[in-house]
Write a protein that binds this ligand. Structure first.
Ligand code: DX5
Ligand code: ZN
Length: 218
């Protein structure tokens, strides 16, 4: 059964704990936290101190998506702040294997996120070490962008790769996920859907979360 991870990027940053409570009541499975540094992507969000504070207001697992250059510099900080899953971009580090091992050394899940143009071959030799693979279905940096339809083939290819190898890896998709394409994605074998603007842009955030759950539970 697929799961939903609302992305806090589109939430009201002046009321984060209230926003989190709404998605929690709606049945969200994870909280997706987008960390941006203004270098790897042209936007800046928040870092370990904010995540550490949010850790106190919910028991939902934290799915932390690092869109930062040289993430190896901050693995310890994010692990200690309360990340349950720490996902890095191969485009941002020349030490992908080493950084994955470091994430796992903190006893948390390690993920790799691929930009739209990044080939699946970057997963060669490291896939067995991964707990999660995130396919970016927009170019990272901003919420509210349109889903890149050509990523459908990439999702299918990754599903086949994971299944052929018999691996237990969460296949996550992030960017442009809406109520209208959620079912199509879970039918392709996506395990975890990230949705930002579609959840936090809704009039009733709790109800919107519930609507996602109903669609993906089918
Ligand atoms: C984009 C972020 C996403 C973002 C998705 O770089 O990684 O998590 O919040 O936003 P929507 O769902 O609005 O496309
Ligand atoms: Zn994200």
């Amino acid at each position: 059964m697929a799961k939903i991870a609302p992305s806090l990027l589109s939430a009201d940053f002046a009321n984060l704990s209230e926003e989190i409570k709404k998605i929690e009541k709606g049945g969200a499975d994870y909280l997706h936290l987008d960390v941006m540094d203004g270098i790897f992507v042209s936007n800046i969000t928040f870092g370990p101190p904010v995540i550490k504070s949010l850790r106190k207001v919910t028991d939902m697992p934290f799915d932390v998506h690092l869109m930062i250059d040289k993430p190896e510099r901050f693995i310890k900080n994010f692990a200690e702040a309360g990340a349950d899953i720490l996902t890095i971009h191969p485009e941002a580090t020349i030490h992908l294997h080493k950084t994955i091992q470091e994430i796992k050394s903190f006893g948390i899940k390690a993920g790799v996120s691929l930009n739209p143009s990044t080939d699946l071959s970057v997963l060669n030799y490291i896939i067995e070490d991964l707990d999660l693979i995130l396919i970016m279905t927009v170019n990272p940096g901003f919420g509210g962008q349109g889903f890149i339809e050509t990523m459908m083939d990439k999702i299918k290819d990754l599903r086949n790769l994971i299944d052929q190898k018999g691996l237990d890896i969460i296949l996550e998709v992030d960017g442009g996920v809406k109520l209208s394409n959620a079912k199509k994605l879970t039918d392709l074998g996506v395990d975890l859907l990230v949705a930002g603007s579609e959840v936090f842009g809704a009039e009733d955030i709790e109800q919107r979360t519930r609507e996602f759950k109903l669609i993906i539970d089918k």
